[in-house]
Design a protein around this ligand. Structure first.
Ligand code: AMP
Length: 219
């Protein structure tokens, strides 16, 4: 049973990397942003509560988010372990996760912090388009799809997230630095924090993450 947290700013590449690393290590990929977006498609009660916050780039209230995650990780596909992507996003969520795992005699094994400069984050989020079906991200300048508007992997339609507009991007980064970045220290104090440079090709970053994780496990 292995619990790994992927930490990093919006646009750091958490989603892309968490999906492949989860596949490689046979762990469930629990991405709270994806879960909230999925709920929006189905217009659930959860979606109604989360929508206004997401549109503004603010965090959905902790009570709703924590409950959603704890229910999710009790599912059978999480039995071997989980990669958390986009959760925890503040101290309260981190403590709630530690407490919930602790009650079951479990704990977080490693935290991977994917580090990307602020200038690069702004650049990436500005041109980001995502596949509606498989969530693969593209960048109109740095990694455009072969056919405009279509996903190379699955042929799905590409769209720009409504919270990738310049104003919301600024707010999401502000929230990240105010609320989520303090978790870097929180996890550093537990000795579980591993760092991986998030700039360069997707493959290079993945190799750095896997190498960091390996070092962490033999520590
Ligand atoms: P993401 O896809 O991780 O960038 O998340 C998109 C949006 O979903 C965020 O801007 C928040 O509004 C919401 N969200 C995702 N994860 C969390 C979380 N752990 N806590 C609160 N809100 C979240």
């Amino acid at each position: 049973m292995l619990y790994i947290v992927f930490l990093g700013a919006p646009g750091a590449g958490k989603g892309t990397q968490a999906a492949t690393v989860a596949g490689k290590l046979n762990l469930a990929h629990v991405a709270t942003g994806d879960m909230f977006r999925e709920a929006q498609k189905q217009e659930t009660e959860l979606a109604k509560q989360a929508r206004a916050y997401m549109e503004k780039g603010e965090l959905v209230p902790d009570g709703i988010t924590i409950q959603m995650v704890l229910e999710r990780i009790a599912a059978p596909d999480c039995e071997k372990g989980v990669i958390f992507d986009g959760f925890p996003r503040n101290l309260k969520q981190a403590e709630a996760l530690d407490e919930a795992l602790g009650k079951q005699g479990k704990m977080i094994g490693s935290v991977i912090y994917i580090k990307v400069s602020e200038a690069e984050l702004l650049e990436r989020l500005g041109g980001r388009w995502i596949c509606r079906q498989c969530q693969t991200p593209y960048h109109m300048v740095n990694s455009p799809p072969q056919t405009p508007g279509k996903c190379d992997r699955c042929g799905g339609e590409l769209y720009q997230r409504s919270d990738d507009t310049p104003e919301t991007v600024r707010e999401r980064l502000r929230v990240y630095f105010a609320e989520t970045a303090p978790l870097i220290d929180y996890y550093a104090r537990t000795g579980k924090l591993l760092e991986a440079g998030g700039e360069g090709s997707v493959e290079d970053v993945r190799e750095r993450i896997l190498a960091s994780l390996e070092k962490g496990f033999v520590r």
